[in-house]
Design a protein around this ligand. Structure first.
Ligand SMILES: O=c1nc[nH]c2c1ncn2[C@H]1C[C@H](O)[C@@H](COP(=O)(O)OP(=O)(O)OP(=O)(O)O)O1
Ligand SMILES: [Mg+2]
Length: 196
């Protein structure tokens, strides 16, 4: 069975990818399986730059196909923040609860109609001696007033996908994976994933 390494230490992302990649019948590993590999510094200013950086750095080390994901939440009323800095919005310790509470605090004067936002996911696939492929997926929605739901990770409890009356964290993994930014990015890469 072929093996694909997801260049992440985020357990929530790993779970999403494990489910999303089920149809491809491959063995999924992540950097949680390689604790000796140091974190890649995300020095880019765009999702595309950081996804490429993560995919190519890890591919150089492991010399096999690598998928990396750089993602985040863009909030219109905050001029696109936290954007590429989503993971560290409330500080270097990368705490999901602190991050989403900071969003709710910064939006406390913002009315429902102005709380539009989107999740963005850029996936990069790097293979030894090949050009890296990059695709972007988005999921439109809005920021609710209070966290709700127990599923998912990150900002899922405060993000309501457009057209639904539930937060992303109230959806099952299967339901999230039908509409998510990650799914929308991966859909554009089906042909490449098949050939890895
Ligand atoms: O589906 C999602 N549901 C909720 N929140 C999400 C999602 N997708 C990304 N997010 C948030 C989490 C984190 O605050 C940031 C990603 O930051 P990002 O640098 O890409 O990931 P990370 O540092 O957690 O792991 P890594 O870089 O090792 O892949 O956006
Ligand atoms: Mg990161």
């Amino acid at each position: 069975m072929k093996q694909i390494i997801i260049a992440t230490k985020n357990a929530g992302k790993v779970k999403d990818f494990q489910k999303l990649l089920e149809p491809f019948h491959c063995e999924i590993k992540s950097l949680l399986d390689f604790p000796e590999i140091a974190d890649v510094e995300e020095t880019g200013t765009t999702f595309e730059e950081n996804a490429t950086l993560k995919a190519e750095t890890i591919c150089d080390i492991v010399q096999q196909p690598v998928i990396a994901d750089d993602s985040g939440l863009e909030i219109d009323a905050l001029n696109g923040e936290p954007g590429v800095y989503s993971a560290r919005y409330a500080g270097e310790q990368k705490n999901d609860a602190d991050n989403l509470n900071k969003v709710l605090h910064n939006l406390k004067e913002t009315k429902e109609i102005d709380r539009t936002a989107r999740f963005v996911c850029v996936i990069a696939i790097a293979e030894p001696n090949k050009e890296t492929i990059i695709k972007r997926g988005e999921c439109e929605g809005a920021i609710v007033f209070e966290p709700k739901g127990e599923h998912g990770f990150g900002y899922d409890p405060i993000f309501r996908p457009k057209g639904l009356d539930l937060t992303m964290a109230e959806l099952t993994l299967e339901e999230k994976n039908k509409i998510s930014h990650r799914k929308n990015a991966l859909d554009q890469l089906v042909n490449w994933v098949k050939e890895l």
